[in-house]
Design a protein around this ligand. Structure first.
Ligand code: FES
Length: 132
């Protein structure tokens, strides 16, 4: 027995077989230049997290989901979670109302196959790196 029973607790978290089962769903991003890219995103990832598989992820600029920079247009809503109260509140604050066709990528989560969203802004690595 390890101190505090850590080994036993970890086994309980991940199951006896070792690694926990991870479910992934296919979803498509339409990039600002019009190209489409399909990725396999883990269940419950936010759309922003799922965009890590793109050449550049969706641009985000706040740590607490309040800025609205990460907004995406929903082309196919299957596979995207329902909007939370906090997402609806932020959208109302930013856009004046909540439109289910415009979601915040840092709030909306992947919960099935077939989601398709249009991304307005990708993260600009050059703005961080500088030009020299
Ligand atoms: S990154 Fe600020 S609201 Fe999504």
């Amino acid at each position: 027995m390890t101190r505090f029973g850590i080994r036993k607790r970890l086994k309980g978290l991940v199951g006896k077989g070792g690694r926990p089962e991870i479910t992934r769903y296919g979803m498509t991003f339409v990039l600002p230049d019009g190209t489409e890219q399909t990725v396999q995103a883990e269940e419950h990832y936010t759309l922003a997290m799922a965009s890590q598989f793109l050449p550049s992820p969706i641009a985000t600029s706040c740590p607490d989901g309040q800025c609205g920079l990460c907004v995406v247009d929903v082309i196919e809503g299957a596979g995207i979670s329902a909007a939370s109260d906090s997402e609806q509140r932020v959208c109302k604050k930013i856009h004046g109302s909540f439109d289910p066709a415009r979601r915040l990528a840092c709030h909306a989560r992947v919960d099935g196959d077939g989601a398709k969203v249009k991304v307005h802004q990708l993260f600009d690595y050059d703005s961080v790196r500088g030009t020299d």
